[in-house]
Design a protein around this ligand. Sequence first.
Ligand code: DUR
Ligand code: ZN
Length: 138
Amino acid sequence: MSDLELVRAAIAARVNSYSPYSNFAVGAALLCADGSVYGGCNIENAAYSPGNCAERTAFFRAIFDGHRDFTAIAVVGGPAGEPISELCAPCGVCRQVMREFCDPATFRILMGTSPDAFVEATLEDLLPYGFGPENLGH
Ligand SMILES: O=c1ccn([C@H]2C[C@H](O)[C@@H](CO)O2)c(=O)[nH]1
Ligand SMILES: [Zn+2]
């Protein structure tokens, strides 16, 4: 799957966002090393803190299915009901979840700015001096 196709998969995943409190709808599409793709959306909650981001929804779905090797994730977000027009970067919690499973130097994060454009960064760019499994000897 091309990078642009992954961004479009994130836009498709955003359709099912449950975000009645923020009205900020996010979609993500996670590309696994074997070529499979997992979508995710943000899922909010009346108690607020149980809410989950689109990126972690995608990761946890893939991990539940047995995946451990990940290549890239595309993320798109913006006001619900409107087309994507601005970059949406992963929150700190999601960056830390990525750090658990991904190589910071090679895992790529594609942040869509429209259906046809995106900005790219590595996990290392977004989470420098991160704390990961190897810090605990794993
Ligand atoms: O990269 C991001 C940024 C925010 N959100 C969600 C969390 C919350 O539901 C809403 C507003 O922060 O957007 C994501 O899913 N991913
Ligand atoms: Zn997040």
